[in-house]
Write a protein that binds this ligand. Structure first.
Ligand code: ADP
Length: 202
């Protein structure tokens, strides 16, 4: 299964992806995590990405497309994978289709986690406060102003990816305002009933 978890920043994609990975034994590909790892390792990609990410902007398409193109060749992606935070632009979505076509695969389903904006802002404030309380560093892009920028970038660049997949009949919406367990249950219901497509079983 090639499943895309789609939604605004802080919608809960990472949390749900970890659960899907556990339950269905598929790889979890988070471009945000991969970029943060590149920054931590001080690679060329990391150096290019850091300032952009800290500002809440999008890293150039060619960088993230390159990262994903390499990653999906890894053996742990053979049984399928979950994409979290990718694609974030229509260009990335088109590039993904091309990458998969080359391997006679296609996206199985796009699960859209819907959460309203006020709730997202609250969540990020809480996440920052919890980190501070534990004496841990707060992610630079979780600063309130930067988070608002990320929301604006989501609306301008990422939301247009939705009609792209709507037109392919691949989107399924879940209510992300519910508890974490309830969101998981909605996602599992989608996974169960989703129509098998190329790439669904491997
Ligand atoms: P969240 O899960 O809170 O939305 P992520 O960890 O997915 O945040 O992403 C953090 C940042 O990494 C983004 O704001 C962006 O700068 C960069 N990034 C991650 N994925 C992509 C992508 N597919 N395209 C461009 N930039 C990306």
């Amino acid at each position: 299964m090639i499943l895309i978890l789609f939604g605004p920043p802080a919608a809960g994609k990472g949390t749900q992806a970890a659960r899907l990975k556990e339950r269905h034994k598929v790889a979890h590909l988070s471009t945000g995590d991969m970029l943060r790892a590149a920054i931590a390792q001080g690679t060329e990609v990391g150096k290019r990405a850091k300032a952009i990410m800290d500002k809440g902007d999008l890293v150039p398409d060619e960088i993230v497309i390159g990262i994903i193109g390499d990653r999906i060749k890894d053996p742990d992606c053979k049984n399928g994978f979950i994409l979290d935070g990718f694609p974030r632009t229509v260009n990335q979505a088109k590039a993904l289709d091309e990458l998969l076509k080359g391997r006679t695969l296609e996206v199985s389903v796009v699960i859209v986690i819907e959460v309203d904006e006020a709730a997202l802002i609250k969540r990020v404030e809480n996440r920052a406060n919890e980190a501070r309380a534990k004496g841990e560093p707060v992610r630079a892009d979780d600063d309130p102003e930067t988070f608002k920028k990320r929301l604006a970038v989501y609306k301008a660049e990422t939301a247009p990816v939705l009609p792209y997949y709507d037109n392919q009949g691949k989107t399924k919406r879940v209510d992300g305002m519910k508890s974490i367990d309830e969101v998981t249950a909605q996602i599992e219901a989608v996974v169960k009933t989703a129509k098998p497509r190329k790439g669904w079983f491997g």
